[in-house]
Design a protein around this ligand. Structure first.
Ligand code: ZN
Length: 146
């Protein structure tokens, strides 16, 4: 099972956006930690099992192939305050999300529904999960600039 935290495991286009986002956070004086980038199918299925067939709370509605993490197009983060992860500092998390939007990422804090993941950023390049499941991939082009 792979649950990578390495930016280099993201699609190159998404990795470039991630680096831009990190620079934007640094400019704003916000320290951040990347907690997840690429997840393989086995790891995604083990997450899906949490709170269902294994113990704990339900943490995702996505099975293998149903998350942009599985396609190297998403990453999770947490802002750091005085060396500690600020999991619940919504004001700071929103600042990070907005910085992500400014560099061209999609911030999941905008999503409606039960699994609004405010610590998740992704770049779909216009590809839906159905597109990705059918084998389409993100072209390695320069990410859009503002
Ligand atoms: Zn995520």
């Amino acid at each position: 099972m792979i649950n990578s935290r390495n930016i280099d495991d993201l699609h190159p286009t998404v990795a470039a956006l991630c680096h831009k986002w990190l620079a934007g956070c640094a400019d704003a004086g916000i320290g951040v930690l990347i907690t997840s980038t690429y997840r393989d199918a086995d790891y995604q299925n083990s997450l899906y099992a949490e709170g269902r067939t294994s113990k704990g709370k339900i943490v995702t509605n996505a099975r293998a192939g149903q998350s942009y993490h599985n396609y190297r197009m998403a990453f999770d983060f947490v802002p750091m305050v005085k060396g500690k992860p600020a999991w619940a500092d919504m004001e700071l998390i929103e600042k990070c999300g907005v910085i992500g939007e400014h560099v061209g990422l999609e911030w999941a804090g905008r999503w409606q529904g039960k699994f609004r993941e405010s610590l998740h950023l992704q770049y779909s390049g216009g590809l839906s999960l159905a597109d990705l499941q059918s084998g389409r991939t993100l072209p390695s082009i320069d990410p859009p600039t503002e």
